[in-house]
Design a protein around this ligand. Structure first.
Ligand code: SF4
Length: 358
């Protein structure tokens, strides 16, 4: 499992707290040099399990194809070339429309077999408020181009949990997403973190956070509509048509080792968590060993995010029986064969449930 962080954006979204730089032509070359050097340096860490490659950001679709090709060649030279089981590229709708069909065809020719489109909303007013570069029509056009290029595994990203998101706008966004028939939908709750524009709006009294109750209401609408449309809710924030569950992200939840390359990328060796510094050039890599307690908490937190849940022996071996009993009686934990899971109607409060268990 290999993750490559592409820390470039053409503009910054109001709610964003990821590390990213304004995309400038002069930065792509030095960035690519650094990533290729890191690939050679860390080749020994790439064990090839799952054989997935994921370009996330930032905005990977800002990276010129020549740079992408150089990175793929460096991976190949180190014995980590394609074809990959899953090769995902996150893209911005505006880039797809601007660069057009030949760009998506080139991505496909380079081995990309899964595209994740950052749509966020199909409401133009909300998209402007988020400072996204695209509008709803461009998002739809991007989806059409991706399909025209023959991409058969497409995911759409949506956002909920905004106080200025009405039921009718939210329902229309979900309906539009469903009507396009993507294989996968990821939906994240907006949180105000760090020092971004939204945090400033909040401080200035220009934005009010949505209450938990309101977010839960929007989440329930999402779950109901996507279930009706035939998507399985296989992870708190992820929905898929049968057979299209994300392989790479599934590896994160199962605590498989992965190598994260590029500025601000995170890695996991199986015993240590590592991260690269959030700086474009000369970023340092740091690692920290996990304690037995850390491993236990991680296993529980990650596994219980999924509909597959956690192994019964693990839960009984690491949690208090009275807590398991109480949560099971309250319907917050459900035993299915050799596993315990959080039922979908309790996914929204999974953090609290997990906190009770640890
Ligand atoms: S495109 Fe993505 S990474 Fe860039 S500012 Fe927007 S949310 Fe953040």
């Amino acid at each position: 499992m290999i993750y490559i962080h592409v820390p470039f954006c053409k503009s910054f979204c109001t709610y964003c707290d990821f590390y990213s730089e304004i995309a400038e032509d002069s930065l792509f070359g030095p960035y690519t040099d650094q990533v290729c050097a890191e690939i050679r340096r860390r080749a020994g860490e790439m064990d090839g399990s799952l054989r997935t490659l994921y370009f996330g950001g930032g905005t990977p679709s800002q990276l010129p194809l020549s740079c992408l090709t150089r990175i793929l060649l460096a991976l190949e030279e180190c014995g980590q070339g394609g074809p990959y089981t899953e090769f995902t590229m996150e893209v911005n709708p505006e880039d797809i429309v601007e660069k057009g069909l030949p760009y998506v065809q080139s991505l496909k020719a380079l081995g990309v077999n899964r595209i994740s489109i950052g749509v966020q909303s199909f409401d133009d007013e909300l998209l402007r408020w988020m400072n996204r570069r695209h509008d709803a029509a461009r998002a739809e056009e991007a989806f059409r181009l991706v399909r025209e290029a023959g991409m058969e595994n497409v995911s759409l990203d949506l956002i909920f949990g905004l106080s200025n998101l009405s039921d009718s706008v939210w329902e229309a966004t979900i309906d539009k997403a469903v009507s396009l028939k993507p294989e996968h939908i990821s939906c994240y709750q907006l949180t105000v973190e760090g020092d971004n524009v939204l945090a400033h709006r909040l401080e200035a009294g220009e934005y009010e956070e949505a209450s938990d109750e309101y977010c839960r209401h929007q989440y329930n609408i999402l779950c109901r509509k996507l279930s009706d449309a035939g998507y399985s809710h296989y992870e708190i924030s992820n929905f898929a048509k049968p057979g299209f569950e994300a392989v790479h992200n599934g590896g994160y939840w199962a605590r498989r080792p992965y190598v994260g390359l590029g500025p601000a990328a995170h890695s996991f060796t199986g015993r240590c968590r590592g991260w690269n510094e959030s700086t474009l050039i000369d970023y340092k890599h740091t690692e920290e060993a996990l304690s037995v307690e850390d491993e236990k908490v991680e296993t529980l937190m990650l596994a219980l995010r999924t509909s597959r849940g956690v192994d019964t022996d693990f839960l009984h071996g690491n949690c208090r029986e009275e807590d398991i009993d109480r949560l099971e009686k309250a319907g917050a934990l459900q035993r299915v064969g050799r596993r315990y899971r959080i039922p979908e109607d309790h996914f929204f409060v999974s953090d609290e449930i997990i906190r009770e268990l640890i």
